[in-house]
Design a protein around this ligand. Structure first.
Ligand code: B4P
Length: 187
C-alpha cells in the first residue's frame, strides 16, 4: 500500500499515520518529522529550515524533494509507505508523481482528512500546551492555515483528477477516524 495522507494542519495526518503504520506494517514518512530531525541535529539543512518552519511557511521544494528522494531510496519502503505532509503544493505533487514513476511505485490511494477551521485551531492549541512545538503558536498557526488554503488545497483537485482521491471526515475520536480511513482504502 502506497498511501498519501492530505489535510490541513491539525487534521490528524501525523496522528493517524502513526496508527496506520502499525495496522498496515509499512513505514510512516512524515516530512515534518524529517525536517524537525534535521533542525534538532543542527545540520545545515536544519538551520535553513528552522526559521521557515517556525513562522509557518513552506520549506523550499528543492530541499523537500532531495529529502524525500533519499528516504524513498531506503529498503524498508519496498512493501509500501504512508506519506504524511507531502505534497504541499502542485509542484510537489508533480515531483512526487515523477519520483514514484522513476522508482516504479505508483500511489494506490490519497486520503484527504476534512476538518473545519475552528476544530483545527482547537486541536493545535491543545498540542501547543502538551508539546510546546515551536510552530504551534497562534501567529504561525494562522500562517499555516493560510498557506494550506493558498498552496496545498489545490493538490486535492490534482489527485481527484487522477482518480486516486478519497475524502474522509476527520471529525471524531481517533478510533472513529482510523476506522473511516481503513474502510476507504483500496483492498
Ligand atoms: P507537519 O509536521 O506536517 O505539521 P502539521 O501540518 O501540523 O500536521 P501534523 O501531522 O503534525 O498534526 P496532526 O494533524 O496529526 O508540518 C510542520 C511544518 O514543516 C510545516 O508548517 C512546514 O514548514 C514544514 N513542512 C513539512 N512538510 C513540508 C513540505 N512538504 N513542503 C514544505 N514544507 C514542509 O495533529 C495535530 C493535533 O491534533 C495533535 O495534537 C493531535 O493529537 C490532535 N488530533 C489529531 N486527530 C485528532 C482527533 N481525531 N481528535 C482530537 N485530537 C486530534
Amino acid at each position: 500500500m502506497r498511501l498519501v495522507l492530505l489535510g490541513p494542519p491539525g487534521s490528524g495526518k501525523g496522528t493517524q499515520a502513526a496508527r496506520l503504520k502499525e495496522t498496515l506494517s509499512i513505514p510512516h514518512i512524515s516530512t515534518g518529522d524529517l525536517l524537525r530531525a534535521e533542525v534538532a541535529a543542527g545540520t545545515p539543512l536544519g538551520l535553513q529550515a528552522k526559521e521557515v518552519m517556525a513562522r509557518g511557511d513552506l520549506v523550499s521544494d528543492e530541499i523537500l524533494l532531495g529529502m524525500l528522494e533519499s528516504r524513498l531510496g531506503q529498503a524498508d519502503v519496498a512493501n509500501g509507505f504512508i506519506l504524511d505532509g507531502y505534497p504541499r503544493n502542485l509542484a510537489q505533487a508533480a515531483a512526487l508523481d515523477s519520483l514514484l514513476a522513476k522508482i516504479g511505485q505508483p500511489l494506490d490511494a490519497v486520503v484527504q482528512l476534512d476538518v473545519g477551521t475552528d476544530l483545527l485551531v482547537e486541536r493545535i492549541a491543545g498540542r501547543a500546551k502538551a508539546e510546546g512545538r515551536e510552530d504551534d503558536n497562534p501567529e504561525s498557526v494562522r500562517k499555516r492555515l493560510q498557506v494550506y488554503n493558498d498552496s496545498t488545497a489545490p493538490v486535492i483537485g490534482y489527485f481527484a483528477d487522477r482518480g486516486t482521491l478519497t475524502r474522509v471526515d476527520g471529525v471524531g475520536s481517533l478510533e472513529e477516524v482510523l476506522g473511516r480511513i481503513t474502510t476507504a482504502l483500496p483492498r
